[in-house]
Design a protein around this ligand. Sequence first.
Ligand code: SF4
Length: 98
Amino acid sequence: MAETPTVRVEEKLYQNRYLVDAGRPHIVVAPHEKPSKELLLLVKLCPAHCYDINGKGQVEVSPDGCLECGTCRVLAEGSGALTWTYPRGGYGILFKFG
Ligand code: SF4
């Protein structure tokens, strides 16, 4: 009986490449004193771990490595907590399949 191949998500994601558009982040968190519940959720939900809490308790985003899955856009853009656009052509995630 043939063995079932083991696939690790982390290894697959490592195959992707990301071209940073320096100084032009495609996701911007709105200034805030206390983060909304949507922003706090993103710290846990973003599959690329782009969101984090800084020393002041505010949520920050570092979109380098963003998979453009749209989770944060769906969850938080409508509340005004962030603005989300696709990166300019040629920048952002470069998916490697296979
Ligand atoms: S689009 Fe997806 S991967 Fe990119 S920052 Fe939002 S949740 Fe994370």
